[in-house]
Ligand binder design. Structure first.
Ligand code: ADE
Length: 305
């Protein structure tokens, strides 16, 4: 609803939105639940120092027809002045269950629920990564900040991928080399941490997403009953808010990775193998998103209980 509006019309969007309550605060700014006529919407309000993220997210959403069940749906962007400061808004659909991080912190999962979350997240990542030719086409997009806090849970039990503030296309990479050290340190790939990646090559960033996605799979699988408590990746070895050097020692020097559950159920064994193929030290042998999706579909089909 409203998503097809031309950008011109969207300049009035903020005036039509009523903010209801703040549902999240972070380094990026705040997220509010709001209403837009009959629709519940989420309003992400960026700190003005992070104008680049607002710009990038708005650009990615509005130059590309990014309509997919497993990617957060865009309503519009607005840039309004409040007194002396500029307020940067990004308006999207609202998902009352919040992020996958919040969902996992609250709830244990059945294997079936785990699979629905992982498959849908993989579907979203595949759509982002895939270049589609033709009039309804899209470029391949690397997310560059895949983590459970940037994935939302829908009431139907599926995920959608959010937060495109660091996303890049091949054209972005060709035009100016992105800094591989952006993104969340805890989820940063070994090649980003030790500066060994080819930062001029678009595909390098897709492989970083796959590494981070492996960590997400681990976080979700840990919550399958009989569940262990929610923990972030590397909780045993990394402090809160780890530094770049903390993570480089853990991920590159020690080549440590999270420990997959020792559940001997074939689905869980398959999930453990899948995460290892995602977070492999050698970026060249990590699975592409299509292969992750196919592996998950196979595991889902053979899980009959
Ligand atoms: N937190 C961040 N974005 C959100 C959204 N779109 N809906 C609900 N909670 C969110």
């Amino acid at each position: 609803s409203g998503s097809g509006l031309p950008l011109m019309v969207q300049r009035t969007l903020a005036k039509q939105v009523t903010l209801i309550d703040c549902v999240g605060k972070g380094r990026y700014g705040e997220v509010w639940r709001g209403s837009w006529y009959a629709d519940s919407v989420a309003v992400k309000i960026f700190f003005s120092r992070d104008e680049a993220s607002w710009r990038r997210e708005t650009e990615i959403y509005s130059t590309v027809l990014l309509r997919h069940d497993n990617i957060l749906a865009y309503v519009g962007s607005d840039c309004t002045s409040r007194g002396s400061c500029t307020q940067l808004w990004l308006i999207t659909h609202f998902h009352p269950l919040g992020s996958l991080y919040e969902h996992l912190s609250r709830s244990a999962l059945t294997r079936h629920q785990m699979m629905a979350l992982c498959l849908s997240a993989a579907n979203g990542l595949l759509h982002l990564h895939t270049e589609i030719h033709g009039t309804q086409g899209k470029p391949g997009i690397a997310h560059r900040d895949i983590k459970t806090k940037n994935i939302l849970v829908k009431v139907n039990g599926e995920c959608c991928i959010a937060d495109l503030g660091l996303a890049v296309t091949r054209a972005h990479v060709a035009h100016s080399t992105p800094d591989p050290r952006q993104g969340t340190k805890r989820y940063m790939s070994p090649e980003a941490l030790d500066n060994s990646m080819n930062a001029e090559c678009f595909e390098s960033y897709l492989k970083c997403d796959i590494y981070a996605f492996g960590l997400v799979l681990w976080e979700v699988c840990r919550r399958v009953r009989p569940a262990r408590e929610y923990r972030p990746p590397y909780y045993e070895v990394a402090p809160n808010d780890p530094t770049y050097d903390d993570m480089r020692k853990i991920v590159c020097t020690d080549a440590a990775r999270p420990t997959p559950s020792d559940d001997t159920h074939p689905t869980m064994v398959g999930m453990a193998n899948l995460m290892r193929e995602c977070w492999h030290q050698n970026a060249a042998v990590r699975l592409p998103a299509l292969r992750i999706k196919k592996t998950l579909l196979k595991l889902a089909a053979s899980d009959t209980s």
